[in-house]
Design a protein around this ligand. Structure first.
Ligand code: DX5
Ligand code: ZN
Length: 227
């Protein structure tokens, strides 16, 4: 599967979003929009309205990462806003997982599920075959700038091995502290899609075009075969 770089727009320069989207359109394969309700995690960020406002400024697929306690209240609005992928947290859908995955598909979107660090692989196994995107959080949800959790690597391997063995086609994604220090381990564990936030993209030195070039060079160096 081709590598996907997904820019986490909560870490972007909101004052210059239009300009920055023109740059990201060239260097990334997906846009990642973190929607938080202040309850699921103690933080507030983007919204379906934000997705609607950027929809016409990009042809890249937009993923909505719903960090909300009641995703069923926001799925339809998020789909109408123009999201291509809607990702919900495994911890929030347990008793209605199949219904909500079906709802996302019925709205014409691709369905993703996200595992918080303390959520085991087994929580999503019953419905993995229905998913288009599986995200393993490599930090606790809700905040940029946290330290990478290496304990998540075996879980990423479980998600990617299950995909290989079953012949499924979902994207395996990592979110949180994805940067030059972690690319190699994530790549070797089977990640296809890399959510780039402050440490991997927007916090790199120089302007955004330079940061995109640096990010791509760092990824290439970290994942190059040796010998
Ligand atoms: C949460 C966000 C952030 C983002 C932050 O879902 O998408 O975790 O990755 O970037 P870092 O972790 O590099 O500060
Ligand atoms: Zn996210």
């Amino acid at each position: 599967m081709k590598t996907c770089f997904s820019a986490s727009l909560m870490c972007a320069d909101w004052l210059n979003m239009g300009r920055d989207l023109r740059i990201l359109n060239q260097s990334c394969q997906m846009l990642h929009v973190d929607i938080m309700d202040g309850h699921f995690c103690k933080s507030l960020y983007l919204s379906p309205a934000f997705i609607a406002s950027i929809r016409n400024a990009t042809d890249l697929p937009i993923e909505a990462h719903l960090m909300v306690e009641h995703p069923e209240d926001f799925i339809e609005e998020t789909a109408r806003a123009g999201a291509d992928y809607i990702s919900v947290h495994a911890e929030t859908i347990e008793r209605q997982a199949f219904r909500l995955i079906d709802t996302i598909h019925a709205l014409g979107c691709m369905a993703g599920v996200v595992l918080s660090p303390a959520t085991p692989f087994s929580a999503v196994e019953p419905y993995l075959n229905r998913l288009d995107l599986v995200t393993v959080m490599t930090v606790d949800a809700g905040f940029a700038g946290q330290a990478f959790l290496p304990e998540m690597l075996p879980k990423i391997r479980q998600v990617s091995q299950w995909k290989r063995r079953s012949g499924q086609n979902y994207l395996v994604q990592a979110d949180g502290a994805v940067n030059k220090n972690t690319y190699r381990a994530l790549f070797q564990s089977g990640v296809d899609s890399y959510v780039l936030g402050s440490s991997g993209l927007f916090g790199l030195s120089g302007d955004l075009p330079a940061a995109c070039e640096q990010m791509k060079a760092e990824f290439a160096a970290a994942t190059r075969e040796e010998g």
